[in-house]
Design a protein around this ligand. Structure first.
Ligand code: NDP
Length: 288
């Protein structure tokens, strides 16, 4: 039976450590602030934004959610981002994705100043990750790495296979695993004989968006299997991994819910706290 990589436990530990950093910043005269922009009324986005607000509350981070109507124009959205870029109370700005179809996501994300880009999606931060420079790392990939390290999963010299090549999960997590000296393969919908790749993996990350896509026959015995998927089936949230069969083969496995999702929010909080610490380092004690 696989060891459970329990996001709830790991996130609780991390949140306790973050609380101390938020309190230290407060003592130095800085209240950490996070602004979230939500455009439209996508139900899943509403849930994510609510959860982010709750995490801020738990840590004592000032959180402001700007709810804009679905018909908001690109110019209006960018004007709000500009305003928040200049708002010294806000250390982090997050534009909740997906945006309504008429809006240009890449252009909107590029408007956020990289120092406040706590989601790590700005091209400058993505570029820093790809060129090995310190920058803001996207929350889900960062959370996956944290989880693997905290659970003592060996990485150096190991075969890592990532299923999925999105800019927000697949590509950045592959880069982080490469930085840990894994030998990395990225698979996608055109990969020929996917199972031949996944069966070689000591670390298998599933970021596909298809319920129970990874089955036991695709997994190497003893592998660490990270399930990123969030799929709604009959009102229930299920991952991309068939947990019941895979846990019998894997050495480590993360559950859904209670796995990567918990780590993602925790890493968003960490990126926000780091952004505030950077401001303090740069400016000294600020009074507002
Ligand atoms: P995308 O839809 O952007 O990417 C999915 C990837 O899976 C694509 O690269 C696609 O390949 C690949 N894929 C699709 N079908 C197959 C197949 N049959 N075989 C192999 N590869 C396939 O999704 P995201 O990366 O944004 O998200 C992935 C999942 O993770 C979703 O369920 C999402 O909800 C979840 N998620 C969870 C988060 C968390 O905090 N836990 C955060 C972010 C996402 P191709 O490029 O060829 O189309």
């Amino acid at each position: 039976m696989a060891i459970l990589m329990d996001g709830k436990v790991l996130a609780a530990e991390q949140m306790a450590a973050l609380k101390k950093r938020v309190d230290a910043l407060k003592a130095a005269g800085r209240t950490v602030g996070l602004a979230v922009i939500l455009v439209g009324d996508d139900p899943a986005s509403q849930v994510y934004v609510r959860n982010k607000g709750k995490a801020c509350e738990e840590l004592g981070i000032l959180s402001e959610t700007l709810r804009l109507p679905a018909e908001t124009t690109q110019e209006e959205l960018e004007a709000e981002i500009d305003r928040l870029n200049r708002d010294s109370r806000m250390d982090g700005i997050l534009v909740q994705l997906p945006l309504p179809r008429h809006l240009d996501e890449a252009k909107a994300l590029a408007k956020i100043i990289p120092e406040k880009d706590v989601d790590g999606f700005h091209i400058e931060n993505a570029g820093k990750l790809f060129t090995g420079q310190p920058g803001v790392v996207a929350c889900t990939p960062k959370g996956i790495l944290h989880m693997l390290k905290a659970c003592g999963v060996p990485m150096k010299g190991k075969e890592a296979v990532v299923i999925g090549r999105s800019n927000i999960v697949g590509k950045p997590v592959a880069m982080l695993l490469l930085n840990e000296n894994c030998t990395v393969t990225i698979c996608h919908s055109r990969t020929a004989d996917l199972a031949a790749h996944t069966r070689r993996a000591d670390i298998l990350v599933a970021a596909v968006g298809k319920p129970k896509f990874v089955t036991a026959d695709m997994v190497k015995p003893g592998a660490a299997v990270v399930d990123v998927g969030i799929n709604r089936v009959d009102g229930k949230v299920v991952g991309d991994v068939d947990f019941d069969s895979v846990e019998k083969v894997a050495g480590y496995i993360s559950p859904v819910p209670g796995g990567v999702g918990k780590m993602t929010i925790c890493m968003l909080m960490e990126n926000t706290v780091e952004a505030a610490e950077n401001v303090l380092d740069a400016d000294g004690i600020r009074t507002e």
